[in-house]
Design a binder for this molecule. Structure first.
Ligand code: ADP
Ligand code: ZN
Ligand code: ZN
Length: 802
């Protein structure tokens, strides 16, 4: 008797462990760790993941597994292990970690098929099922009980498994025709055919002459000018065979990629790649920070490192932020590695995503380029993991499990003993601090590829503009520079930062922003109460009618939209052709790409957009970049706001002058003296890093302290306050005196979907009891969470404090 340890799909503390089930005899040797099954659980039948197989169990009465979901493991041994790590480090349930590793299609409804890759090799026991087609539903064949045989055939590549997703975009197949006999037999058969069967002669001639193994039916009918009956007749005589061949929904199928070769590396690129190549060669896990200015040739180095990994027969994961997974970026990898690349990003449909995942699972590709979740790519022989723009906060998942792709990369890097490369022009403080301490090796690339060097950056003080009577969103300087570009036929990019929730209050005359006296972050405006509030400590004050600093009346709620900017722009420069890119103009699939294509083809003079245009774009004719308001990001209630501002301004500036023409950048701001604006304009990351580190230290923020965020939500305000208060008190008792516990306080977004949100933030250096204390909290409230729709989220190392 063998048993399977199964983690069931009930995300709760009580069920967050493996349960033993008896494996029915027919599945012995067939069932493997990493497969999903259906098991009886209490009165229900539910899904579960097999994590191990064993010969004994300490459980007295075991129940039997009721049915199989998977026919082959969908999680590797490594990923099963990794889920435990994710559970312990993000405080989620193991089942949630498993689910996060799979493409959504595998969580939806689907049908299991077995596809015969070579009909000749299908043994007699199963041949009957494959008589009419090379595809058979697993459900039809299941009754035979030939599980061990099927497993063997799958391993021998005679059969393969396909999950047909039941969505609108379900898989595509194409009907093909192939000879079912050897060449000699075909020739013999042709001689015996009646002379009147002209079409059948044509068909056999075709396969005899071309020696083709198969042909697409539709093309065959067209090419030979015959009808389907000829094919059917030969199929009946078992000379030919028809089958459905699956074709991938390749999202890039209609484009051709010019093959590109490795470029000769510059000395700086050479110096950067050589330690990485050394780690690849030695099969060593080393962490690298590739600190390279925009346009320094980091991507070329990534590609050559990947190339070296492929030559060793290993695989590569390249993470790119969703927002810069532009066609340009994809093209670069596709043109270098061709069909060895799978691309995974959220723009793909569920079926398309599954196809890409499946190429990885079946080892048909060796490289995945993708956004955050691609870090779980089921490769089994990883030779390098690269994270481009590693500072991007989108690498942190905001839903359970709240993991950071960077941490997963390090874990997988250790498991596979391979290098992990974190690349950025503006590394996160956490990462750079680790590099400074020697945890990661620092590789610096301070020269741009183009001879133009870094673009010249000019800061325009918008308070000054206002004082001189210019009430428009465009400074005179920026307008003049836009005109010049128009005259010369060069292009400009205008960037409007909208990510920062624009609910802070600022003086348009002096740039004064109201900040919390205790927390050094801006206060948030609350329209309902007409109050300004601090979302870290709860401090609040009334809104002032005039600026407390200069008494100006231009003291108000701040915010602008791209559409408004476009209107003003077309009024100011009527003959400029403008492309606007924001959530409204890019909501349709493919529109993002189309707009960029138009801009690349110089069908517009100005590209106006939000952060979706900040990254990864590389247009040779762009010589001017304008940032309309540098401040929006600066004033969001987040201790990372300076860092984000610096990163964004640096990224945006990097879009100018990447090629032959020199670039210029204009940053409009109400706080020109702010260090993150000033240092971004001089491209001085190191000074920024030092300055920001001092502030983080003084205010006890990461990387000097860790953060834990507990968010409580419920329909009733009193309930939320009460629970959060109890949690805060409980943590106060469990943790050491060194831990700083802030709260209870309302979340910056105080109500979502009619539910109130409260939070408690813990700042700490070392709290061995913290995880246990947080788990206890979840456990204690479990019943209420199930029954009363109370929810308690725990985020270790949060990136969103909203
Ligand atoms: P980054 O990723 O650091 O922003 P890129 O890799 O995009 O920089 O390089 C900037 C430009 O320089 C690209 O157009 C790229 O093709 C080109 N480039 C990179 N490396 C080389 C090289 N060794 N020789 C010639 N051109 C290069
Ligand atoms: Zn003022
Ligand atoms: Zn405060």
């Amino acid at each position: 008797m063998t048993y399977a340890s199964v983690i069931v799909d009930v995300p709760a503390k009580q069920t967050d462990r493996a349960f033993d089930y008896e494996i029915p005899e027919k599945w012995e040797g067939f069932l493997q760790p990493g497969m999903r099954v259906i098991v009886p659980f209490g009165p229900r039948h539910i899904q579960g993941f097999v994590v191990s197989i064993k010969n004994t169990t300490s459980v007295n009465k075991t129940k039997k597994i009721s049915s199989l979901i998977d026919i082959t493991p969908i999680l590797t041994k490594e990923l099963l292990l990794l889920a435990g790590w994710v559970r312990d480090h993000t405080l989620c349930f193991t089942i949630s970690a498993f689910q996060a590793m799979l493409p959504a299609a595998l969580k939806a409804k689907y049908e299991k098929w077995l596809i015969a890759k070579n009909l000749e090799l299908v043994p007699a026991e199963l041949a009957l099922f494959f008589q009419n087609s090379n595809r058979v539903r697993f459900g039809d064949i299941e009754g035979t009980g030939h599980f061990k045989l099927i497993k063997q055939l799958i391993e021998d590549n005679v059969l393969e498994v396909y999950y047909e997703v039941k969505d609108k975009l379900s898989k595509k197949t194409i009907r093909i025709v192939r000879p079912n006999r050897s060449q000699e037999e075909l020739i013999k058969a042709k001689d015996q055919l009646s002379n009147r069967a002209a079409a059948q002669h044509k068909l056999l001639d075709y396969f005899i002459a071309t020696k083709r193994e198969q042909a697409v039916k539709k093309n065959l009918l067209e090419e030979l000018q015959i009808g389907t009956s000829a094919i059917s007749a030969l199929v009946k005589m078992r000379l030919l065979q028809e089958a459905d061949e699956e074709i991938y929904r390749d999202p890039y199928e209609n484009r051709s990629f010019k093959q590109s070769e490795n470029l000769a590396l510059t000395p700086q690129q050479q110096a950067t790649i050589s330690p990485i190549l050394h780690s690849i060669e030695k099969g060593k896990h080393d962490g690298y920070v590739m600190f390279g200015v925009t346009g320094s040739g980091k991507t070329e180095v990534y590609m050559q490192a990947v190339d070296a990994v492929l030559k060793k027969g290993k695989e590569a994961i390249v993470l790119v932020p969703e927002i810069s997974l532009t066609p340009q970026m994809v093209n670069r990898f596709k043109s270098r590695f061709g069909s060895d690349v799978a691309v995974m990003h959220s723009g793909l449909g569920m079926g398309e995503k599954y196809d890409e995942w499946r190429k990885i699972h079946r080892k048909e590709v060796k490289v995945v380029v993708g956004a955050r979740s691609a870090i779980f790519a089921p490769f089994e022989n990883i030779g390098i993991i690269i994270i481009d723009e590693e500072h991007e906060t989108s690498y942190k998942q905001e839903d359970t499990p709240r993991y950071h792709a960077r941490d997963i990369a390090i874990q997988r890097g250790k498991y596979h003993q391979c290098p992990v490369v974190l690349g950025s022009a503006t590394p996160s403080l956490e990462t750079f601090a680790r590099a400074s301490k020697g945890v990661y090796q620092l590789l610096t690339m301070d020269k741009r590829m183009s001879d133009q060097g870094m673009p010249k950056v000019e800061i325009v003080d918008m308070r000054e503009e206002l004082r001189e009577g210019n009430r428009s969103m465009f400074s005179r300087d920026l307008l003049e520079k836009l005109h010049i570009r128009l005259d010369k036929g060069e292009q400009s990019v205008l960037f409007l930062n909208k990510r920062g929730y624009s609910s802070f209050v600022m003086c348009r005359d002096c740039g004064y922003v109201v900040e919390c006296p205790h927390c050094d972050i801006s206060l948030t405006y609350h329209r309902i109460s007409n109050n300004l509030k601090c979302h870290y400590c709860g401090y609040e004050e009334k809104v002032h009618e005039t600026c407390p600093s200069c008494d100006s009346e231009h003291f108000r709620f701040f915010g602008t939209g791209t559409q408004k900017v476009e209107e003003e722009l077309t009024k100011l420069i009527p003959d400029a052709r403008v492309i606007r890119m924001d959530v409204d103009t890019t909501s349709k699939k493919g529109s993002h790409e189309k707009l960029l294509q138009q801009f690349g083809d110089q069908k517009a003079d100005i590209l106006l957009g939000t952060q979706m245009i900040a990254k990864g774009l590389d247009f040779p004719m762009v010589t001017l970049v304008g940032v309309l308001t540098a401040d929006t990001m600066l004033n969001i209630p987040d201790f990372r706001s300076s860092e984000k501002t610096f990163q964004l301004l640096t990224q945006v500036s990097g879009r100018a002058g990447r090629h032959l023409l020199a670039g210029e950048v204009v940053i409009q701001t109400y706080s020109p003296e702010h260090y993150s604006v000033e240092l971004a304009s001089t491209h001085d990351y190191l000074s920024f890093y030092q300055k920001e580190m001092q502030l983080r230290k003084a205010h006890q923020y990461p990387p000097f302290y860790y953060l834990a965020l507990v968010t409580v939500t419920h329909q009733e305000l009193t309930k939320v306050v009460d629970v959060t208060e109890k949690i805060t008190n409980f943590l106060g008792m469990q943790l050491s005196k060194e831990a700083v516990i802030l709260g209870p306080v309302s979340s910056p977004i105080a109500r979502i979907k009619d539910k109130y949100r409260y939070q408690c933030i813990v700042k700490y250096k070392k709290e061995p009891n913290l995880h246990e204390a947080l788990k206890t909290i979840v456990e204690k409230y479990q019943a209420q969470m199930d029954q009363e729709k109370l929810s308690i989220h725990i985020d270790l190392n949060p990136y969103m404090l909203m």
